[in-house]
Ligand binder design. Structure first.
Ligand SMILES: CC(C)(COP(=O)(O)OP(=O)(O)OC[C@H]1O[C@@H](n2cnc3c(N)ncnc32)[C@H](O)[C@@H]1OP(=O)(O)O)[C@@H](O)C(=O)NCCC(=O)NCCS
Length: 216
């Protein structure tokens, strides 16, 4: 599936393909010690110039085993990123990751909204049947958002000196819980009614383009 112009609309967020101009914000988030710690990694040490080069290479030669998306607010502010990766076509599973880099948007429902849009896409537009993740055992904020979109705890995993909670959600259980919402919202989209809770999964090229000057 070509995801290079993917665009997924949630209620508060729009998930879209990464663009070269995202590099500065991504760099600022990658060198941030607190964000790195929440991702159980070290802050990036390369220069912005080197990072921009690496970032552009990634855009030009994307991995077939991962889909990386920017998270914008629905009025066009880039606030974070999410991805599904380690895509395993045989096992029909992938891991997901999410980071709202701009702290002003924490605890306001943006993460939950972006995760719903991402899972709506994964479970209705791809053959993937199981999505899992590892989150630090003390990351209560993340766990609350993950549980709210259908993830359940599988168990604790010790890796690289950290304790992670492994969480998962399967397509069947997710659709049983949230499928009606996707169907209802798609119906609204097709009828051209309001965007409240709308999960848009058509590629950007198939959608009407914003009017000139729109901040997207
Ligand atoms: C984790 C993350 C994606 C969640 O997104 P978010 O938009 O902040 O989360 P939401 O507002 O949708 O939901 C978070 C919930 O946790 C609650 N919460 C926050 N801190 C909490 C804590 N210490 N203990 C319990 N609940 C907490 C919030 O109040 C909110 O619940 P509410 O809506 O009932 O008030 C985002 O905060 C983030 O990217 N953080 C930094 C990086 C990170 O941790 N990434 C995840 C790595 S696995």
């Amino acid at each position: 599936m070509d995801t290079s112009d993917l665009r997924l609309e949630g209620k508060l967020t729009v998930l879209r393909a990464k663009r070269p101009e995202d590099a500065d914000a991504d760099y600022a988030w990658r060198v941030d010690p607190e964000l790195a710690a929440l991702d159980a990694t070290s802050p990036l040490r390369m220069s912005l110039k080197d990072y921009v080069r690496y970032f552009r290479d990634e855009l030009e030669y994307p991995s077939p085993w991962s889909v990386r998306l920017a998270i914008d607010t629905n009025d066009g502010v880039h606030i974070g990123n999410c991805m599904y990766y380690d895509i395993n076509d045989q096992e029909k599973q992938a891991e997901i990751g999410i980071m709202i880099g701009d702290r002003r948007y924490w605890d306001r429902g943006y993460g939950t909204d972006a995760l719903m849009a991402l899972l709506g896409h994964v479970f209705t537009e791809t053959p993937l049947e199981r999505i899992y993740l590892h989150t630090l055992d003390y990351n209560a904020r993340a766990q609350k958002a993950f549980r709210r979109v259908g993830f359940r705890d599988v168990g604790l995993v010790r890796r690289d000196g950290h304790n992670f909670l492994l969480m998962e959600v399967r397509r069947e259980e997710w659709l049983a819980k949230f499928g009606h919402r996707v169907r209802q919202l798609r119906g609204q989209a097709e009828n051209g009614t309001d965007r409240e809770g709308h999960i848009e999964t058509r590629p950007e090229s198939a959608r009407p383009q914003p009017s000139p000057g729109a901040n997207r």
